[in-house]
Design a binder for this molecule. Structure first.
Ligand code: GDP
Ligand code: IMO
Ligand code: MG
Length: 423
């Protein structure tokens, strides 16, 4: 059986920490989409580490970590990450498996990402510039190279052919940068890839499932960044939602049991695009400061705002969320009053529907307010100890979404998590 854990907002919900926490309950942790645009922060023995390509179960001995075929893989990032986890005494070679169908991010994909963003000017997406869009374009355009190809003796020829195609595109953008150093790094990193456990991912995972193993599928990005259902075109290029698990791992939908949605107790977004509850005032600034809201991959300041229940309800619907983990609840500790967006006002009418073209729609969030709890919750260990104001905040979320908040994360540490009683 497979449980899925994914982000319900615009990414950075704290998925890495929560996967690390749940990992001991599973045999396999599998990434099913995205690539090095992800930045999943974990604290291991009090030390911070950010993972981009390796699944967040890598610090647990005996757990298999699978990079599924729906992921796009940058060998250079992977190699750097190998060195990073080695500093923690982990040899990722042992427990990391990579699906042979996984598409590769080439140096020219990164260049194309940059060139494309530059050409968009003020309309830029705010991409992490990791080559995600161009790599997925080559996948759906049926040009891309895959991890399995690296083992082929003709790989370099295939690479040169695709590189020539990319060069024409780069020329049309007027892109002048020299990427020789990137290419050197890339070919060096391929040597590592060739030594790894490259497997037919779909057989690998289905065999494990048949043998009764438990899998946790780890999402990257968030539901509002999904290429189909997010705030298009300000999205990433993969299916971040639960449906992406089937296509990204090669498993059937009936194998999925729980869909665990991770949501911050408020909202953030990094990069461009619509964000109805964004706070451009001192309150937004305070959220960013207290929540330390700076991107784990790019270091950019994250935009901050109140919790958006309209968007969350939409995310619960498209994912079939069965339980919610609410993270960064402690960040709200000092606020006098908290707002929750329960409807959007569009053209003078209140609605609970997320419009298909959010960017071109004037959305005014309609809020209900609750008093803040003004208590430091970061050291609390049980639900009973939580302040009443916070219990009320959670009660309202449960009632609105019809999906229970089952865990509350009250700090970045591994042990800072509280289980809520079953309703
Ligand atoms: P991910 O991409 O979803 O894994 O999330 P990121 O790692 O990009 O961002 C989440 C940030 O919040 C990281 O810096 C985490 O260490 C931190 N974090 C996670 N959970 C909590 C929490 O409950 N409270 C606080 N204060 N920080 C948290
Ligand atoms: P994790 O897994 C937050 C955002 C970028 C940009 C848009 C497209 O850490 O939650 P891309 O590089 O995919 O072309 O960027 O998506 N984005 C993320 N925002 N967390 C992420 O991942 C993100 N991955 C991409 O900022 O707006
Ligand atoms: Mg992140």
């Amino acid at each position: 059986m497979i449980d899925v854990l994914l982000g319900l907002q615009w990414g950075d919900e704290g998925k890495g920490k929560i996967v690390d926490y749940f990992a001991p309950n599973y045999d396999i942790i599998a990434r099913f989409q995205g690539g090095p645009n992800a930045g999943h922060t974990l604290y291991v023995n009090g030390n911070k580490i950010v993972l981009h390509q390796i699944p967040s179960g890598i610090f647990h001995e005996g757990i298999v970590n699978l990079v599924g075929s729906g992921v796009v893989l940058d060998p250079v990032t992977l190699k750097k990450e190998f060195d990073k986890v080695a500093e923690f005494g982990v040899d990722a070679r042992k427990n990391l498996y990579i699906a042979e169908r996984t598409h590769l991010i080439l140096p020219t994909h990164r260049a194309l990402d940059k060139a494309s963003e530059l050409s968009k000017g003020t309309g830029k997406i705010g991409s992490t510039l990791k080559g995600i869009g161009p790599a997925y374009m080559d996948k759906t355009g049926r040009n891309g190279l895959r991890v399995g190809d690296v083992l082929d003796k003709n790989f370099t020829t295939q690479y040169i052919r695709l590189r020539l195609k990319h060069q024409k595109l780069l020329d049309s953008f007027g892109f002048q940068e020299d990427i020789t150093a990137w290419e050197e790094e890339f070919f060096e990193a391929l040597e590592l890839i060739r030594q790894l456990n490259i497997v037919p991912g779909e057989y690998f995972i289905n065999d494990q499932l048949r043998n009764g193993k438990k899998v946790l599928a780890e999402g990257a990005q968030g539901s509002m960044l999904d290429v189909d259902f997010g705030t298009f075109p300000f999205v990433t290029s993969s299916n971040t939602i639960s449906a992406g698990v089937c296509t990204g791992l090669g498993v059937a939908p009936q194998k999925i049991r729980e869909v665990i949605g991770v949501s911050k107790a408020y909202c953030t977004r990094v990069g461009s695009g619509p964000f109805p509850t964004e706070l451009l005032d001192d309150t937004g600034e305070l959220l960013r400061k207290v929540g330390n809201e700076f991107g784990a991959t790019t270091g950019r300041p994250r935009r901050c705002g109140w919790i958006d229940l309209v968007a969350l309800q939409f995310a619960c619907m498209i994912n079939g969320v069965t339980q919610i983990v609410m993270t960064k609840a402690d960040v709200l500790d000092g606020f006098e009053e908290l707002n929750m967006c329960q409807q959007y006002q569009i053209n003078g009418k209140a609605t609970s529907v997320v419009p298909y073209q959010m960017m071109k729609t004037e959305i005014e969030p309609l809020y209900t307010s609750v008093p803040g709890w003004k208590t430091d919750i970061s050291a609390l260990k049980s639900f009973d100890q939580l302040p009443d104001g916070m219990k009320e905040y959670i009660r309202q979320i449960n009632a609105f979404l019809g999906v229970p908040v089952r865990y509350i994360s009250n700090g970045p540490g591994r042990d800072q998590i509280i289980e809520a009683p079953k309703a």
